[in-house]
Design a protein around this ligand. Structure first.
Ligand SMILES: [Zn+2]
Ligand SMILES: [Zn+2]
Length: 342
């Protein structure tokens, strides 16, 4: 008996093979995923009636409100001209939401004010101070992408949307539930097309010609979200988010809502600061820092392809959470002390 015990002990002590470790990690991830989904489902089922009632009250009662708003935009501002609202309206929405989100971040980078926000910086020693010439170059390429590339792209997308039967009228505005469904589908479509196009741009034969431009910033700032070679801008920044509304034949209002969410989310992902109550930018910041990790937006395909393994073993991954306090995560989870050179 004691011999058997020691054999058992040896078996227990032997480190698991890499394949077994990966299997254990996968089972562990699935378990964690099931716990999160199960808890969310449980809470949703318990609160379904009251959530539903509140949503209906808000959307139903204000249904006329949204319809009136869209009516005013469609009829009063654009004179019921689909081409005008589809092209000029979309460009105004895209460009203004981008600069509204980014102007404050650019001021923070250039002036270092408000000082209270500096403690949320992720790569604390980078861009201090920001290189003004590099920043100027970035602003010009962003404006080039928004105009010289963006205007023809939106014109083409308008005709494709029309051909797909996308609608622009106030009477056709989607319901709250359908809008929610569409947003989920849009983000999954974007994840697939962004992940694979991004990985392709990292191919050694293509990288130096195209994607290297975006990676000039190893510690990105907000506007770098669309600082990219024009070819990359079309294939990674414009086509993946546009495909969802085109596939679904969505209402223009749903498309605008989605483009705003996508632009704000990529700005946060590149901003270089992990602010309280905003989605964590750690994953994409790590992509700029390490180059070969975290290619996706949602992280689903990175998990599937194992392109987040280094990230998952890093301090940045431990900090990859929604910050719910005012204390920065670099203070709560500090870097390990660097080894002194011998
Ligand atoms: Zn990036
Ligand atoms: Zn990249």
């Amino acid at each position: 008996m004691p011999e058997m015990d020691s054999n058992e002990d040896k078996k227990m002590m032997a480190p698991p093979s890499p394949a077994k470790r990966r299997a254990i990690q996968l089972v562990d991830s699935i378990k964690k995923g099931l716990v999160v989904i199960g808890t969310a489902l449980f809470i949703f089922v318990c609160a379904r009636n009251s959530i539903h009632w509140h949503i209906q009250k808000f959307w139903g009662a204000s249904g006329n409100f949204w319809q009136n708003c869209w009516q005013k935009i469609h009829v009063n501002v654009f004179g019921e001209d689909d081409l005008l609202i589809g092209v000029v309206g979309t460009l105004v929405v895209l460009i203004s939401i981008f600069w509204l989100a980014n102007i404050g971040l650019v001021i923070l980078e250039v002036t270092g004010r408000p000082k209270a926000l500096l403690k949320y910086k992720i790569q604390e020693d980078k861009n201090v101070p920001v290189d003004k010439e590099k920043l100027k170059k970035a602003v010009w390429l962003v404006i080039f992408n928004q105009t010289v590339i963006g205007i023809p792209f939106v014109c083409i997308a308008y005709y494709v949307m029309k051909w797909r039967g996308c609608t622009f009228r106030a009477e056709d505005l989607p319901t709250f539930h359908w809008t929610l469904c569409e947003l989920i589908i849009f983000s999954l479509v974007e994840e697939v097309f962004f992940y694979y196009s991004h990985r392709l741009f990292h191919h050694r034969l293509i990288y130096k010609h195209i994607h290297k431009v975006h990676h000039e910033w190893t510690a990105p700032i907000g506007i770098i979200s669309i600082y990219a070679h024009p070819v990359e801008h079309v294939f990674s920044n414009l086509i993946p988010p546009a495909l969802g509304p085109i596939f679904m034949g969505s209402h223009l209002a749903s498309a605008w809502l989605w483009f705003c969410i996508a632009l704000l989310s990529t700005t946060v992902a590149h901003c270089g600061y992990h602010f309280p109550l905003l989605p964590s930018p750690e994953a994409h910041d790590y992509h700029h820092f390490k180059f070969t990790q975290n290619y996706g937006v949602l992280g689903v395909l990175d998990r599937l392809h194992g392109t987040d393994n280094q990230f998952r073993a890093s301090k940045q991954y431990q900090r990859h959470v929604l910050l719910l306090s005012l204390a920065p995560l670099t203070e709560q989870i500090p870097d390990s002390p660097k080894k002194k050179p011998e």
